[in-house]
Design a protein around this ligand. Structure first.
Ligand code: SF4
Length: 368
């Protein structure tokens, strides 16, 4: 029997659902409050009669995603979730407890069509776009992980305090290309801002460089953060790593990105993965690349996040040595470019984007 997903119902539909079960209307509000805190099932809804909880369990589900695997990093700072959607598709979402708050990295698509050569998420292609509610449900999974049923009566207002048990930051950087699903991503961000009080400036959308999508964000007009997955300082090298470079040149992508950040006076994030080829030769992490990247970004308001490649078994790349990574950063800094090496979070839980989903979709166990 297909279960009704209550999170996808409007308030009126939820009221009808509970009254059709012979329950008073106020049960709908109670269920709705539990779902807004991320309640994964009905067993936790202690203010509902036990019989009702059992009946609901037989015919309904709360959120649009179901946690089927949860991995904790050994330092306790990162939790990675493998989630199943109602049609059986799987996605990933990651909760990171940081010094500035609790950040959640969400997926915007099941799979990805972009074909980046270094990425696990695209290996099985694009299955479909996620709906607004499916993206939002990922935040609620993280919220439940942080707070569970220990919520106060006051509304949840994140304050960026690391000790605050609320989601405070969102990055749309998980599986999928957000700007191939722009309208649903925008709908999700609007909802996260309205329902959970997460400020625009605490929300980041990362794109591989879909120029019309960046134009859509400019037209939308909200002062969120934009991250460009650049990964190469010139088109020739970028085409070897990212097929999207055949469609949009770096000049076109950066022109749109600067217009976005200039409009909102925001710092542009540049994501730059450092990889070597199968023989260990540096591909995009050479001195020449660092100097070329510096020229591209000189005088601009941006921060380069350097990301040492995280091994994906199916991809024939290598991770540059720590020395090579630091040398690359040093050159950027010497050239006046803000650059930091992204801390590798959750390495022990397969943090390479899409790896957990890939392993579980193929039926390969990731557990060691
Ligand atoms: S890096 Fe991002 S855009 Fe590229 S294939 Fe992976 S998920 Fe898609």
């Amino acid at each position: 029997m297909t279960k009704t997903i209550l999170f996808d119902l409007t308030n009126a539909e939820l009221e009808k659902f509970v009254t059709d079960m012979g329950q008073p209307k106020f049960r709908a509000k109670q269920i709705s409050e539990w779902m807004s805190r991320g309640a994964p099932d009905f067993s936790v809804m202690k203010n509902l009669p036990e019989k009702l909880r059992q009946d609901l369990d037989e015919c309904a589900q709360t959120l649009l995603v179901r946690v089927i695997k949860k991995l904790e990093s050994s330092d306790g700072e990162t939790t990675k979730f493998l989630l199943e959607l109602s049609d059986g598709e799987k996605i990933e979402c990651v909760l990171m407890r940081t010094s500035y708050g609790n950040s959640v990295c969400v997926s915007s698509q099941a799979g990805c069509a972009m074909g980046c050569k270094f990425c696990a998420s695209t290996l099985l292609g694009l299955k479909r776009n996620l709906t607004v509610n499916e993206i939002f449900s990922q935040i609620l999974v993280a919220q439940w992980e942080l707070r569970g049923d220990k919520f106060s009566e006051k509304p949840i207002r994140p304050n960026g305090d690391a000790n605050n048990n609320d989601v405070s930051h969102i990055v749309v950087m998980g599986t999928g290309e957000p700007l191939q699903n722009t309208q649903n991503v925008i709908g999700f961000i609007e909802r996260a801002n309205t329902d959970m009080g997460i400020g625009w400036r605490r929300i980041t959308v990362s794109t591989c460089g879909i120029v019309p999508g960046i134009e859509d964000l400019i037209a939308w007009g909200r002062p969120i953060n934009l991250a460009i997955s650049l990964h190469a300082p010139n088109d020739e090298l970028r085409k070897k790593l990212m097929p999207i470079a055949n469609k949009y040149t770096i000049a076109q992508v950066m022109d749109a990105a600067w217009r976005f950040t200039d409009t909102h006076n925001r710092q542009l994030m540049i994501e730059y993965l450092l990889v070597g080829d199968a023989n260990g030769n540096l591909l995009n992490a050479t001195t020449e690349c660092a100097n070329e990247l510096s020229e591209l970004l000189r005088g601009k308001n941006c921060m380069v996040n350097l990301i040492p490649w995280n091994a994906v078994a199916e991809r024939e790349f290598t991770s540059p040595s720590g020395n090579a990574v630091h040398r690359f950063q040093d050159i950027l800094i010497k050239n006046g470019i803000h650059a930091r090496i992204r801390r590798e979070r959750g390495n022990d839980i397969g943090s390479a984007c899409g790896q957990l989903r890939l392993n579980n979709t193929k039926g390969v166990s990731d557990e060691t």
